[in-house]
Design a protein around this ligand. Structure first.
Ligand SMILES: *Cc1c(COP(=O)(O)O)cnc(C)c1O
Length: 373
């Protein structure tokens, strides 16, 4: 092969993170099972908690998509914890009051411990976020939010925060780098729960942080070395294998998600559908400005009680009633079955992660399940 061409995302997911081409060399990275490496350790590995060739291959692939340098962690929460852990004592974090329940619980705990101060905002309300910025050390944005599917005006918020010298991290899990590019928009960190769309098969837990800032990268890498929340080489290999089909999985899931969201909007038993891809969604116009696609997670409120919503979720036969999202298999659940879910999320809200099954089979399963109350 001659010199590398600039590739589009659907090609990058397939080609990034492969070993250098050599005669009879391997096409895929191998699973490197060594806890230690021969001296002199000039290539940065040294010890299995510091580096591993299989991680590097995966990190190169995520880096190619996010446009920065990447570190992988043992879970999405481990990567978020690493970011919060490098903040100085008493730092002010501005974050969504409606975000992923694990992040919310972690922030509440850090706040209760007196470790940080948190300003909770509605990230879709740009003026409210801007008003909270002075004095903020880290603006932590999640967009679209889990499970409310609110879209923050990322370009506006990121540039306003950077003008005030606030650090900005974006949880990119719902959109993925294929749909939006936080680093390109000026964010310091783009974070993924690799567990979800990137790995894509509900068989791996992992997180990632990407950044263009070398000094920040080193601080986060030190945090991983010392915090020890590292990934297993096999999990890294599985996640990279999942990324190979990310573009095609996401394309199918997004197409089906829009179709299902549209049909649900017209269903007599549904009160409200949240999906930024719907033309009449309150955040659609904003999302269109910087998102290439709108993801494959939607949520909806049924015209019924929490108990009715539970009946619906347990009545499906193709869609599994389970938490998590971003896999090839469709999953749904009533979010408030978890006590950690934010009180701002309605009791009867069902979150649906649309997989790659046939959309007509999914729709028929949903219609039948809605008939159970
Ligand atoms: C799942 C999720 C996380 C946490 O990731 P884990 O891999 O489960 O630790 C963080 N943010 C969002 C938006 C998520 O959906």
């Amino acid at each position: 092969m001659s010199e590398k061409k600039k590739l589009r995302p659907a090609s990058l997911v397939v080609s990034a993170g492969r070993p250098k081409v050599s005669a009879d060399g391997e096409l895929n990275p191998s699973i490197s099972l060594s806890s230690t490496f021969h001296a002199p350790n000039t290539n940065g590995n040294g010890y299995g908690r510091y580096g591993n060739q299989t991680w590097s291959a995966l990190e190169d692939a995520i880096s190619a998509l996010e446009g920065g340098r990447t570190l992988v962690f043992a879970s999405g929460m481990a990567s978020i914890s690493a970011v919060f852990n490098i903040l100085p004592h008493g730092a002010v974090i501005t974050a969504s009051k409606n975000g992923y329940s694990g992040t919310m619980s972690l922030l509440k705990k850090l706040e209760a411990d007196g470790r940080v101060e948190v300003r909770y905002v509605d990230v879709s309300n740009t003026d409210e976020v801007l008003a909270a910025l002075p004095g903020t050390v880290l603006l932590w944005l999640e967009s679209p939010t889990n499970p409310a599917l609110e879209v923050a005006d990322l370009p506006t918020l990121i540039s306003a925060a950077k003008q005030l010298n606030c650090g900005v991290g974006v949880d990119n899990t719902f959109a993925t780098a294929l749909n939006q590019q936080p680093l390109e928009m000026g964010a310091d960190i783009s974070m993924n729960s690799v567990t979800k769309f990137l790995a894509g098969h509900s068989d791996v837990l992992m997180g990632s942080l990407s950044t263009k800032d070398d000094a920040l990268f080193t601080r986060l890498e030190d945090q991983r070395k010392l915090g020890g929340a590292i990934v297993g080489p096999f999990e890294a290999w599985l996640a990279l294998r999942g990324i190979r089909t990310l573009a095609i999985r996401l394309r199918q899931s997004q197409e089906s998600a829009l179709e299902i969201a549209t049909r649900l909007s017209n269903h007599p038993k549904i009160k409200k559908v949240r999906y930024p891809g719907l033309a009449n969604d309150p955040h659609h116009e904003r999302a269109k400005k910087f998102m290439k696609g709108f993801g494959a997670v939607l949520s909806f409120e049924i015209d019924g009680t929490a108990a009715d919503a539970d009946k619906v979720c347990s009545a499906s036969t193709l869609i599994s009633q389970a938490t998590s999202l971003g896999g090839v298999e469709s999953l749904w659940e009533r979010r408030h079955r978890w006590s950690a879910e934010s009180p701002t999320i309605p009791e009867n809200l069902i979150r649906l992660s649309v997989g790659i099954e046939d959309v007509e089979d999914l729709w028929s399963d949903i219609q039948d399940a809605l008939g159970y109350y």
